[in-house]
Write a protein that binds this ligand. Structure first.
Ligand code: SAM
Length: 343
């Protein structure tokens, strides 16, 4: 076992105030209980020469270090030897420039650091599969999750009922791909099922490199502008490795108003979770961030269990709650879709 010290990115303090360290402890805890089971010890805050770090022991391979590099707040890693700190390279998975994640700013945006945490804990909780994964954000807003999924080099799909969110994201991605001179194709088409018009659909194919584009290894971004309860009409059953979403908080943001958005967050989850569970692969996981001021954790977990999923509700999974503002106390629910038992 080696001893490590992880430097948490100082910008995370702006996002979470005092919670960045405890959330990173919980995020590492999920990693230790999933992908790195038995190889990563419990993390605890420490100070070295007056600077805060997270200390943990581990028996980590090069592949494990890529996962440590994925941790949403990870800035730098050191191996400890007596008084000395030896820098350990954290290879990053990032396939694109990071302004993909930061350019768009708008009221109601889920911050990028939290989005990465939510994606991480959800993906790690599911069965490991060969990349590129396919990830769905069924209430994707202006695409913060979709952009992080692309950054990881995976296929991204989203659904959102809000026309303005759909238009803004489509315009943003089109312009960003052009500005970056990346090989791509983009189209927007009406979305119909059985003769009825459900909304619109945006589809982009993106080459992270010219070679991948030429070799037909483009990444897909697919966004449907429709009510999330129609997700099954857009996507096949068992077609996603993870479903990840930041649910409406039950408070108004600038661009979200009235109409179909007026459904209570809990009613929306009751209707939508069974549909999302259908498009999830057996062994895949669902991660939902939501405001505990609109529904208690147990009530929300009950909805996941009612849809046939297995809630993960022990240890680090119970340590992800944090304050966003006076009206929003956010928590994270994670559940796994069971694999059929062999006969
Ligand atoms: C908290 S926001 C998610 C923000 C997103 N992660 C982002 O950074 O842009 C919740 C989203 O749920 C969407 N939404 C609410 N009700 C919906 C429904 N019935 N079907 C699809 N999307 C819905 C809203 O339009 C909003 O974009």
């Amino acid at each position: 076992m080696r001893s490590y010290a992880l430097l948490v990115h100082p910008s995370a303090n702006r996002v979470y105030a005092d919670a960045s360290v405890s959330l990173t402890v919980a995020e590492l805890g999920v990693l230790a209980s999933t992908r790195l089971e038995g190889r990563l010890g419990e993390a605890s805050p420490t100070r070295i020469a007056g600077v805060p770090y997270l200390a943990f022991d581990g028996d980590l391979t090069a592949a494990d270090l890529i996962l440590i590099g994925d941790v949403s707040t990870a800035m730098a890693l050191f191996e400890r030897g007596g008084e000395m700190l030896r820098p350990v390279e954290l290879s990053r998975r990032d396939r694109f420039d990071d302004d993909l994640l930061t350019i768009l700013k708008y009221p109601g945006k889920t911050n990028e650091v939290f989005t990465k945490l939510l994606l991480n804990v959800t993906v790690w909780s599911g069965r490991e599969r060969e990349a590129p994964l396919r990830i769905l954000d069924p209430m994707c807003g202006r695409g913060t999750t979709l952009n992080q999924v692309l950054m990881n080099g995976w296929h991204a799909a989203g659904v959102d009922v809000d026309d303005r969110d759909f238009d803004t994201y489509a315009a943003f991605l089109r312009k960003w791909l052009k500005d970056k001179r990346l090989k791509h194709s983009v189209e927007i088409n009406p979305l119909r099922r059985e003769g009825a018009r459900l909304g619109r659909r945006f589809h982009a194919e993106v080459g992270a490199t010219k070679e991948e584009w030429k070799a037909g290894r483009a990444l897909n971004v697919d966004v449907a502008n429709t009510d999330t309860v129609h997700t099954r009409a857009v996507h096949q059953a068992a077609s996603f490795d993870a479903v990840v979403t930041d649910a409406p908080y039950g408070v108004q943001h600038g661009s979200r108003s009235g109409g179909r958005l007026a459904r209570s967050p809990l009613d929306l989850l009751r209707e939508a979770v069974p549909v999302w569970a259908e498009v999830l692969r057996p062994g895949g996981a669902m991660g939902i961030a939501w405001n505990v001021r609109v529904a208690a954790r147990d009530e929300a977990l009950g909805i996941l269990a009612g849809a046939g999923l297995e809630p993960l509700d022990a240890g680090p999974y119970r340590a992800l709650e944090h304050r966003v503002d006076h009206a929003i106390q956010r928590d994270v629910l994670v559940a796994r879709k069971p694999r059929p038992t062999p006969v």
